[in-house]
Design a protein around this ligand. Structure first.
Ligand code: FDA
Length: 304
């Protein structure tokens, strides 16, 4: 509940501008966020990406933002993604860029998000970069899947994220499997009603495994995105990570020990990196899905 309240606080425009203008609060909160976010600008993201690549990881990079209702800000975000792709495309980081469609226009209207996505996908395709679409609240699932399907037909380098906690996902995957894009399987980070989603449980882990199993059997490119050690043990036991087009992906700052261990076994290991000024919302997401992070954040803030 505290974490959900924090998310509402982070979305509040008045509080946002108060934090941004506060010389005391801003650096303290940013310090706590740095456990999970590379920094505020793309250079910081690229620097950490390069470090991780030199250690043998794959990377995915996101410019953080969501639910943008101002068209000018969506265009700015779209341009930032284009610049990011140009920059990493001209270096050796030809890997993955991730985005929320509500960052580039979905909250204005679906057509805007689609047009912006195509521009970004085209550039990513030119540079051999994969573009992964994140999945947002269930109220947006239909729009996100529709946009993905249209884009995927033109740009096979576009992939999609699917949330195992949604009851609908088992049906969705039957259709998504017919499109070429990589599918990232996550448990789901958003608070949903009991009618549409299940909570963290053995049942959810079984649904997660079922989704992954179907993708593996279809030889579909898949990103297994979880930090759940029990789930990962089962995935390793089933030898899913031995497939060349399967990777395990974790968020930056969460269970790096576990990912390093898997990299030692020569599996494809990817780190999901983020940068941007909207880091406090991202921090709140990480606290909401794992409330112990609230104590870590407070410790980070008060430690010199
Ligand atoms: P679970 O939540 O059950 O956690 C298992 C264990 O992992 C915990 O016991 C803890 O040890 C560790 N852990 C998990 N989260 C932690 C945290 N925040 N801090 C510290 N430890 C933590 N969601 C979504 O709805 N849409 C999306 O597009 C994406 N995209 C995405 C990409 C990638 C690469 C990842 C890894 C995750 C996402 N997510 C997401 C988030 C996802 O839905 C989910 O909320 C988190 O991954 C946490 O769930 P786990 O599978 O790790 O299991």
């Amino acid at each position: 509940q505290v974490a959900q309240a924090l998310k509402s606080v982070a979305r509040n425009e008045h509080i946002k501008s108060y934090i941004q203008q506060s010389n005391e609060l801003y650096p303290i909160l940013l310090k706590a966020a740095k456990r999970f976010v590379t920094g505020e600008n793309k250079q910081e993201g690229i620097e950490i990406a390069n470090e991780l690549i030199s250690k043998g990881y794959f990377i995915s990079l996101e410019y953080i933002g969501e639910n943008i209702t101002d068209l000018k800000k969506c265009i700015k975000a779209k341009d930032e993604f284009l610049h990011l792709i140009e920059e990493i495309g001209s270096m050796s980081i030809k890997q993955t860029v991730s985005l929320d469609l509500s960052h580039i226009g979905l909250s204005v209207n679906p057509e805007t998000a689609y047009i912006h996505l195509l521009q970004i996908a085209k550039k990513a395709n030119m540079y051999g970069i994969t573009l992964m679409i994140s999945m947002e609240e269930s109220s947006k699932t239909n729009d996100i899947l529709d946009i993905y399907k249209k884009a995927s037909e033109q740009y096979p380098n576009v992939g999609i994220t699917i949330q195992a906690h949604l009851y609908r996902s088992n049906n969705d995957i039957q259709e998504l499997i017919r499109y070429p894009g990589k599918i990232r399987v996550v448990k789901g980070a958003y608070q949903e009603s009991d009618e549409v989603a299940m909570s963290r449980s053995k049942e959810l882990n079984n649904c997660y495994l079922k989704l992954v199993e179907q993708l593996i059997e279809a030889n579909h490119p898949v990103s297994i995105a979880t930090h759940d050690e029990t789930l990962i043990q089962e995935i390793v036991h089933r030898q899913y990570l031995n497939h060349p087009n399967v990777e395990i992906e974790m968020l930056y700052g969460i269970r790096p020990d576990l990912l390093s261990n898997l990299k030692g076994k020569e599996y494809n290991c990817k780190v999901y990196l983020t940068y941007g000024k909207e880091w406090y919302l991202y921090l709140c997401h990480r606290i909401a899905e794992y409330p112990e992070n609230l104590y870590r954040a407070v410790t980070d803030m008060i430690n010199p």
